[in-house]
Design a protein around this ligand. Structure first.
Ligand SMILES: [Zn+2]
Length: 259
């Protein structure tokens, strides 16, 4: 089940740790790893022919991502692609540093390219239905506008040699850009509802987050590291609950405006 507000639970749990702090990195499933901070997700895929990063986080936490990659036994020099789910700095600001270090190609949704120039000029622009293949992994992109105009979501199959699971993420769920005066583009709310309906049709086995509170990344990771129990797999119900929660959240905002 999806439950909201684990952020507060999480912050209580980590006590004094600053939310930009380094989270102990871990393997989520197969070739998919968590190398992000408490606040901003950064996922790493080992494709067998180089690494892909999904988002990086704030500029000042770039060194934490590098440290986490080394801690897992990989090298940041092997990053081949860095995908930005959307243009905001909490997802892209460290990308320039990491791409500069590794020579990785940077990837973003076409409609977020211009605004992302605040942080970097991306190399590859993605449209709905595009794919990116590296080594054993093919990432399928879906254009899911709403939070920003160019938000991209992605899905790929990963295996641990025994099970093959479909991994997926929604590239931007926040309502902060869906209120008057804050819209990223005209028609953002309508686009957001349409994106959620499309995303609900995607079955995923392993739901990876855009922010840790989307799927309780921290507590799931802690459990995995401490007990070996993997609560990231078979999470399609969490995925659907998360999408429904965010849909209803926007409906409530609209209802309050009209009250
Ligand atoms: Zn954002």
């Amino acid at each position: 089940m999806f439950t909201q507000a684990p952020l507060h639970k999480m912050l209580k749990e980590i006590k004094a740790a600053h939310w930009l702090g380094k989270m102990t990195p871990f393997r989520i499933f197969g070739n998919t790893y968590y190398v992000g901070t408490y606040q901003s997700c950064c996922h790493m895929i080992d494709t067998g022919n180089g690494l892909i990063l999904i988002d990086t986080g704030y500029a000042e936490t770039a060194y934490l991502i590098v440290d986490s990659i080394y801690q897992l036994g990989f090298s940041p020099y092997d990053i081949k692609y860095i995908i930005s789910t959307h243009w905001h700095g909490d997802h892209t600001a460290a990308t320039a540093a990491l791409a500069g270090l590794s020579g990785a190609k940077t990837v973003i949704g076409r409609d977020d390219f211009e605004k992302a120039k605040k942080y970097l000029t991306h190399d590859i622009l993605v449209d709905d239905g595009d794919t990116l293949t590296l080594g054993n992994i093919t990432v399928n992109f879906m254009h899911t506008p709403g939070h920003t105009k160019g938000t991209i979501s992605m899905f790929y199959e990963d295996t641990d040699g025994v099970n093959t699971y479909r991994v997926g993420t929604f590239g931007g769920a926040g309502h902060n850009t869906l209120v008057p005066g804050k819209y990223d583009f005209e028609g953002a709310r309508e686009a957001y509802f349409e994106s959620i309906e499309r995303l609900k049709k995607e079955h995923i086995d392993v739901f990876i987050a855009n922010h840790c509170w989307n799927n309780d990344t921290y507590l799931k990771g802690k459990k995995l590291l401490e007990t070996g129990e993997n609560t990231f797999v078979n999470t399609n119900d969490v995925w659907l609950g998360f999408l429904e929660h965010y849909k209803r959240g926007l409906e409530n905002i609209i209802a309050q405006e009209n009250a």
